[in-house]
Design a protein. Structure first.
Length: 203
């Protein structure tokens, strides 16, 4: 006899996703990682404890899978102009950190070294690597001066964004210039000063 279950996502997958979303929700609402309990997670997810423990042995395993679920491909820049590409990527990093659920987890994980390191590797590093790729291409093509140190420039572009987001995390809302691109444009121009080779210098 054919099953009467409605088509769609299997029940077990729906339960797993509900648990992962519940853990993120609680962290974003200010529950510290160390105070987060499986009881609170299953209550928010609307499932039983047995449902959670069939999938994960403990809270730490849930949180590791939470981070896995947050991975996503970074934005691809237009590729026509060094400054434009950097402004696009730095602005996207700013916007993502202050608006997305995955980005807003950053300040919540600072006190948990193992989870934070995993978060940086899985979630932050792909976005940083996209900026690194643009800088390296700038050196290869001659758009950046030969003396330019890409890793130093990368730190100068990403460090202020990350630190500003963390410092502002205790204040409701976020500075408008992080959202509208003004901060990204000013930061890129400041960092690139003395490193960009004007096109008329290449001829």
């Amino acid at each position: 006899m054919p099953s009467s279950r409605a088509p769609g996502r299997p029940r077990s997958e729906r339960a797993s996703q509900a648990i992962l979303r519940a853990a993120v929700d609680l962290l974003l609402e200010g529950v510290p990682v160390e105070a987060l309990s499986t009881e609170a997670v299953v209550a928010r997810a609307g499932v039983g404890k047995a449902t959670l423990y069939r999938r994960w042995p403990n809270k730490e395993a849930v949180l590791r899978d939470v981070l896995e679920s947050l991975t996503e491909a970074p934005v691809r820049p237009p590729g026509a102009d060094l400054r434009e590409d950097l402004v696009v990527l730095v602005h996207e990093l700013c916007r993502w950190l202050v608006e997305s659920r995955s980005g807003r987890l950053l300040p919540r994980l600072l006190g948990t070294p193992e989870l934070y390191a995993r978060y940086v590797h899985l979630v932050i590093e792909p976005r940083v690597s996209a900026i690194r790729d643009v800088l390296c291409a700038g050196v290869r093509t001659g758009a950046l001066a030969p003396h330019s140190q890409t890793e130093m420039l990368l730190t100068m572009l990403t460090g202020p964004v990350l630190s500003r987001v963390v410092l502002c995390s205790a204040v409701p809302g976020s500075p408008d210039d992080l959202r509208d691109g003004r901060f990204a444009a000013r930061l890129v121009d400041h960092v690139l000063a003395g490193h960009v080779i004007a096109r008329n210098q290449l001829s």
